[in-house]
Design a protein around this ligand. Structure first.
Ligand SMILES: [Zn+2]
Length: 131
């Protein structure tokens, strides 16, 4: 079973030499088995959290996304085809929000259509991990 973000150590999630993910990245919802990104596909980056300022109530309680911390660390993909599964929820301005393709849980991250080069970002805290 994938492990919740709060049960893993951040430094174990990425390769310190490449910053790539060392675990398969799953939907944060307990019981949902949707694989979002395979290991060694995404790069850990720091980004502005403002674009992800959406109600966290849409996330399940077990996702443990607490209000006092900002989402500033993201998994970066440069091509939508690099996702194993991903859905798009709503669009606000130029920002499309990414969601689980199976259960529609979101937002898990975002894609700013005005940004060049293209970036698809998944919050590292809005995911579960399988090593
Ligand atoms: Zn899901």
């Amino acid at each position: 079973m994938p492990e919740a973000f709060n049960d893993v150590t951040i430094t174990s999630l990425y390769n310190p030499e490449t910053n790539k993910n060392t675990a398969d990245i799953f939907c944060p919802k307990e019981g949902c088995r949707c694989l979002i990104i395979r290991k060694n596909t995404a790069v850990l980056v720091e980004r502005d959290a403002d674009k992800l300022s959406l109600p966290e109530s849409v996330l399940p309680a077990e996702a443990n996304v607490s209000d006092d911390k900002e989402d500033t660390q993201f998994w970066l993909l440069k091509d939508m085809m690099d996702f194993d599964n991903v859905g798009f929820s709503k669009t606000v301005g130029s920002v499309k929000f990414l969601s689980c393709a199976d259960c529609d849980l979101g937002p898990l991250g975002y894609h700013d259509t005005a940004c060049s080069p293209k970036e698809f970002l998944i919050s590292i805290r809005r995911a579960r991990y399988r090593f």
